[in-house]
Design a protein around this ligand. Structure first.
Ligand SMILES: [Fe+2]
Length: 774
């Protein structure tokens, strides 16, 4: 290892720089009608492992493995497939050819077949979104037939199932396209069967894939299993885009914080790989340029559950921007190695100018890969990013969730989480990111963590009870993948079941950001009686929800309250503060789920339990922190009141990146009284008592429309999706708060880019109840 390190470390800086800048090339798409068929990926030269390689997206990842040099489907359900990321069918005036070796390894009750699928295309025809698209043209062997679209031909297959080559070729024919599928078994010369079909030329455009069990309705345990080798593609119809590779270093996230100890500024960076094999190298290196040479400054072990490698580098020179490079050497079975890198830059600590924070939440994958938001982030170039939870939902990527046991549940979680990195990695590579998990990240519709307790009565659903539904080992992977790159934890003592905690702070740009898990200790709704038949919802408008404030109920928990009290008094190294947590400490939604779905009070909100909510605000008042949160799928800007209206901190609940379950705040329609409406006179604003009786001054709200559009981005826009930007000016002592919509160019200055009432600038002192705005 030492020898290798020395050899590797002393790399020529110029060559590395070329690679560094190479990553920023626009997609270097190539076409080549005359090129030889190329084998995609390198399964024959890969150790046995789950992750198939950087050229592929496997649906679902947990059902595939590399076994003895082939991609083998380990699941027997329908529509298991491998999408090719680096090659797509695009030029329908040109021909193409694809071949693959297919071998049946297990025959199921249903012969679901195997082969190719082409023309896999979503409504936005973007390669990542295409990976999850329905439709396309199937071409393969199915139950003794060679099948190409709607055309079939009988084929003689031995008792052990098919073992041979499938070849699909296509040639343009005017506005049509003629496809030919042949099968050979290697025993006889030439094809043993062939079938031909002519289709609309446009139908072939999109992703190409391999499929195991074509029919999506085949249930687990019912279909057959196949293995695939030597997938070759060629022809002018194919566009090759090497930049679409994803891995083995998938992405990285980092934080940079003034520890205010002898360690100075501390960089923490986590790199992600896909799940690797027992014979693969388990270490990753972090390099920065020193004296013109990429130099290793840290080596980290990959966590064999989370597939994360976390570096902690104290005494970081925060005064200058520093390029970095994460390096992984992929070992091949023949002993050779391939070097892979992921690059970015560690920003300089922003001083002498305002700090600009991009604040995001909730990415429901109907809007995947959320390009309008991701692109706006790159254009706005914030100093720092904050994802406040629901980086995934249970339905992410289809194919269901696996709750137990921990190992497959973790793989199932990871491939959903990888969709988050796939969407936002370009923004995250170059700036600190704070990322906290919420309920859906741990496969729960709601979470009242009860200090890490295991959920009881599992057969009664996972969304209306206290505790964690998932195995602690899986929950810890969720915490690790989201937060392992955060600054050191305030008090790392785990909670019940050894579930890890992640509260603490980051001091950056003259600002301290407190990071909470605001539901990790929260009491479950079964401690009280809502009278609605559902433990967490109050539906009766006449129900007195102040009665739900039972004695001893917990919101943040003692440990986090103690941390916040200490943090509110600690002004070392900064002059302004921000509180980052999952949700708003008020019930600022009157309608849930559908437009007329009135709900008086939702115990999932941070409005309950009231006494603990008031105590939390009493603690943070003197911090004069702006609270930035998410979770609600409706953006709001409010000021908390405890003893009286408007005596406490402001809260900005950011728009969802891609809002799923809709909520509205329409108090005027349901007869809730208000006082002191802001000067802008917009409806549903002013001083209210929320459904729990908490005092809240609502200054701005971004009510959504009902989302109906078939285009995912139009639909996300209708549903009130978007993102927040908060500019923290430590000279002027102000927070400028912006709530951007989804389908806009955030840099064109158009007033309608933001929700009504935004942008808003508040003074630091207003978070202590010294009000200016009105
Ligand atoms: Fe959410």
């Amino acid at each position: 290892m030492i020898r290798q390190l020395t050899r590797r470390v002393v790399l020529k800086f110029l060559a590395a720089c070329a690679a560094f800048f190479g990553f920023r090339r626009s997609a270097n798409a190539q076409r080549g009608p005359d090129r030889e068929p190329t084998t995609v990926g390198h399964w024959a030269r890969t150790n046995d492992r789950v992750w198939l390689g950087e050229e592929f997206w496997a649906n679902p990842m947990e059902d595939w493995s590399i076994v003895d040099g082939a991609a083998e489907c380990r699941g027997s359900g329908g529509n298991r497939n491998i999408q090719l990321l680096t090659h797509s069918l695009s030029d329908t005036k040109q021909p193409f050819s694809m071949s693959v070796q297919v071998k049946q390894v297990q025959k199921g009750p249903i012969e679901g077949g195997a082969g190719f699928r082409i023309g896999v295309r979503s409504e936005i025809d973007e390669y990542r979104s295409n990976c999850f698209a329905k439709g396309g043209i199937d071409a393969g062997i199915v139950d003794g037939n060679l099948v190409l679209g709607k055309t079939t031909a009988k084929i003689a297959i031995g008792d052990d199932g098919f073992d041979g080559e499938l070849k699909l070729t296509g040639v343009p024919a005017g506005n049509r396209y003629t496809l030919t599928l042949t099968a050979s078994d290697g025993l006889r010369d030439g094809p043993i069967a062939s079938v031909r079909q002519t289709v609309n030329a446009a139908a072939i455009r999109g992703n190409v894939a391999l499929v195991n069990n074509f029919d999506a309705s085949i249930r687990k345990g019912r279909g057959s299993r196949f293995r695939f080798q030597d997938w070759k593609v060629s022809g002018g119809a194919i566009t090759e885009t090497p930049d679409h590779r994803f891995g083995p270093l998938l992405w990285s996230m980092y934080s940079l914080s003034d520890s205010r100890t002898a360690g100075g500024f501390v960089l923490k960076l986590t790199a992600f790989t896909g799940p690797l094999g027992v014979d693969d190298l388990r270490t990753v290196q972090l390099q920065t340029p020193r004296g013109g040479v990429w130099t290793t400054i840290g080596e980290a072990e990959l966590d064999p559950d989370a597939w994360t490698a976390t570096f902690r580098i104290p005494d970081w020179n925060e005064k200058r921007e520093t390029p970095y490079r994460v390096v992984y050497w992929e070992r091949h079975p023949d002993g050779s190695e391939t070097e892979h890198e992921w690059t970015g830059k560690i920003k300089a600590n922003p001083l002498g100018r305002p700090l600009r924070l991009g604040a995001l939440t909730c990415q429901n994958d109907y809007g995947f890969p959320y390009e309008p938001v991701a692109d706006n982030l790159l254009k706005l170039d914030p100093d720092m990013l904050y994802f406040s939870g629901d980086q995934i939902y249970e339905n992410h990527g289809g194919f269901g969730i696996i709750r137990d046991p921990a190992e497959p549940a973790i793989l199932n979680y990871l491939r959903k989480f990888y969709q988050f990195g796939w969407s936002f990695r370009e923004a995250m590579r170059d700036r600190p990111t704070i990322c906290i998990p919420d309920d859906h990240d741990v496969f729960q519709g709601n979470i009242w963590g009860e200090g890490g307790a295991a959920m009881k009565d599992l057969n009664k659903g996972a969304s209306s009870k206290g505790g964690y539904r998932e195995p602690a080992r899986m929950v810890n992977v969720v915490h690790k993948t989201n937060t392992s790159h955060h600054p050191d934890i305030y008090d790392p003592t785990p909670s019940q079941q050894d579930i890890s905690v992640y509260f603490g702070d980051m001091v950056y740009g003259n600002v301290s950001f407190a990071i909470l898990g605001d539901r990790q200790w929260k009491s479950g709704p079964e401690h009280v009686e809502t009278g609605s038949g559902r433990a967490d919802h109050v539906r009766d408008p006449d129900f007195d929800a102040t009665a739900l404030d039972a004695k001893g109920l917990v919101l943040l928990g003692e440990r986090q309250e103690e941390f916040l009290a200490q943090w509110s008094d600690d002004w070392r190294g900064h002059t302004m503060k921000v509180l980052l947590s999952q949700t708003v400490f008020a019930a600022v939604a009157t309608h849930h789920g559908n437009y007329d779905g009135y709900l008086k009070a939702d115990l999932d909100s941070g409005a309950w339990p009231q006494t603990a909510r008031n105590r939390a605000i009493d603690i943070i008042r003197k911090s004069k922190a702006l609270h930035i949160n998410g979770d609600q799928h409706i953006t709001t800007l409010v000021q908390y009141g405890v003893a009286k209206q408007r005596d406490s901190n402001w809260s900005f609940c950011t728009p969802a990146i891609s809002a799923g379950y809709p909520r509205w705040w329409r108090p005027d329609e349901v007869g809730m009284e208000h006082n002191n409406r802001p000067r802008h006179k917009r409806p549903h604003t002013g001083e209210y008592l929320d459904g729990f009786g908490n005092k809240v001054y609502v200054y701005g709200v971004g009510n959504p429309k009902v989302g109906r559009d078939k285009n995912r981005y139009q639909k996300a826009h209708e549903k009130g999706s978007g993102f927040g930007m908060v500019t923290i000016d430590t000279e002027a002592k102000t927070y400028k708060i912006e709530a951007f919509r989804f389908l806009i160019d955030a840099t064109d200055g158009n007033e309608s880019n933001q929700f009504p009432s935004w942008p808003v600038t508040i003074y630091q002192r207003e978070n202590g109840g010294d009000n200016v705005i009105g």
